[in-house]
Design a protein around this ligand. Structure first.
Ligand SMILES: Nc1ncnc2c1ncn2[C@@H]1O[C@H](COP(=O)(O)OP(=O)(O)OP(=O)(O)O)[C@@H](O)[C@H]1O
Ligand SMILES: O=P(O)(O)OC[C@H]1O[C@](O)(CO)[C@@H](O)[C@@H]1O
Length: 426
């Protein structure tokens, strides 16, 4: 128990760790080693900081959804309450703007008991609304001294700014991030929670595509999966399924026509097997889809690039190509886009365990007096990582590593290397 101890936050980091935190700057590998050190150092110190009677904790969910968000909130509440004896825990509604636009909700173990069974976020989330001064004013006005922030890379960037502002105002408030992204695109950490659930849920879409494709002469099943900048869901879903003939992701540019292209491979596979299952991540092929010049650098209201829908485009390209080259042969293409069905589900067992451990890891770090860190797993170790390091990096699929090689050996798909070569030469 964290009882009978004085208030911890004399500084922002406890002195012996200041040095360690300051030294973590070089590269991800260094971070990986150093953060493990940090974690182990935090262990023995975790009984010396917050007095539970002094804690007023806030929990907020920002950015897009991910399976398991509610589990993290539930476990934060139950962990703080049952393990640490904290009784003042508040939920912030609708993301960052909730710090200044609505009253916090009192959270108790009884209230959150069933939350892990629900997809989405009970606390609600919204994008935008990041008004730094108003947010920190809200933290101050409510007397929060522990703030748990759950969200993706944008959320973590916001958390860094909140942390800096809290520090500037010399407030004794711990800021901790728990990164999530269904796409698994948050850098440094081994994986984001919700990702395994997404991969598992995608299996039913791939199975359906396979059944439909197998049940028709020259049948094609096309599944579009999430992943704007990274293809982790598509890659892992392909590996998990084994029924996929080709997987297209943003990190591996592809082309349609000519030798070594997608159409040639499709033709070959249909002749060989009579059916073809294609998985495409939504960020793949963006450079191939016709786009008006004025739309080229278009950004949404949050500054993200606007993506064109690769699914219907690819469906039409495949159909038109077949019609042109095989006018008298049957062809059936079924297109499946399970996007929100994959994201809007509760975490599966593996993710729920992960969410629980992340929440507890965050609590232990905060109760021990750490701040400005994210809780995440690195090389299988639960670590405390400086927030700005997590916010500054992205996790892409490495097409030179064994997982990609394994996938291409399972599917035997083209490596589109002519294109890769010509891009390199440019
Ligand atoms: N650079 C930034 N600085 C401060 N706040 C930011 C920044 N980027 C995003 N935010 C804020 O963080 C919140 C969530 O960000 P965003 O909408 O980009 O989602 P996310 O957390 O990246 O999740 P996902 O990757 O699933 O979309 C928004 O309220 C946004 O205002
Ligand atoms: O339609 P929304 O809510 O903007 O979310 C779509 C995006 O969210 C993500 O799933 C990330 O959470 C992306 O893969 C996808 O592009």
């Amino acid at each position: 128990m964290y009882s009978d101890y004085f208030h911890p936050l004399e500084g922002f980091f406890v002195s012996e760790n200041d040095m360690v935190m300051e030294n973590i700057v070089v590269d991800i590998q260094t971070i990986k080693r150093e953060t493990q050190v940090l974690y182990h150092r935090a262990g023995p110190r975790s009984e010396v900081c917050f007095n539970p009677d002094d804690v007023r904790a806030a929990i907020v969910t920002c950015g897009r959804l991910s399976p398991g968000v509610n589990t993290v909130v539930r476990e934060l509440v139950i962990g703080l309450w049952s393990q640490c004896g904290v009784r003042d825990i508040r939920g912030i509604r609708s993301g960052y703007r909730g710090f200044y636009s609505s009253d916090p909700v009192a959270l108790t173990p009884k209230l959150v008991d069933n939350w892990h069974r629900t997809g989405g976020t009970v606390l609600e989330t919204s994008r935008g609304g990041f008004d730094l001064q108003k947010i920190v004013d809200g933290i101050e006005a409510n007397g929060f001294n522990q703030v748990y922030i759950i969200g993706g890379d944008g959320t973590m960037k916001g958390a860094v700014k909140v942390f800096e502002e809290v520090k500037r105002r010399r407030l004794k408030v711990s800021i901790v991030g728990i990164p999530n992204s269904v796409d698994n695109d948050v850098g440094v950490i081994d994986r984001s929670f919700g990702f395994h659930t997404a991969v598992e849920t995608a299996q039913s879409a791939i199975n359906a595509a396979h059944v439909e494709a197998e049940s028709a002469p020259n049948g094609v099943g096309l599944v579009r999966l999430m992943g704007r900048t990274t293809g982790h869901i598509a890659l892992n879903s392909t590996l998990g399924s084994r029924d996929v003939d080709c997987c297209l992701i943003p990190e591996n540019p592809f082309y349609l026509e000519g030798e070594g292209g997608l159409f040639e491979f499709l033709e070959h596979r249909l002749a060989e097997n009579g059916h073809f299952v294609l998985v495409v991540a939504e960020g793949a092929g963006q450079e191939l889809i016709p786009r008006r010049p004025e739309d080229k650098d278009k950004r949404d209201e949050y500054g993200n690039p606007v993506f064109l829908d690769v699914g219907p485009w690819l469906r039409d390209e495949l159909k038109n190509w077949w019609k042109k080259h095989h006018p008298n042969e049957q062809f059936t293409l079924k297109y499946i886009d399970p996007t929100y069905m994959i994201r809007a589900v509760p975490g599966n067992a593996a993710d729920n365990i992960y969410c629980t451990l992340l929440a507890h890891s965050a609590i232990h770090g905060v109760m021990a007096g750490y701040t400005g860190f994210a809780a995440g797993m690195i090389n299988g170790v639960y670590a405390y990582i400086p927030l700005d390091r997590v916010a500054a990096t992205q996790n892409f699929v490495d097409v030179n590593d064994h997982k990609w090689a394994w996938m291409t050996s399972v599917t035997n798909q083209p490596d589109f290397s002519c294109l890769a070569k010509s891009i390199k030469e440019e």
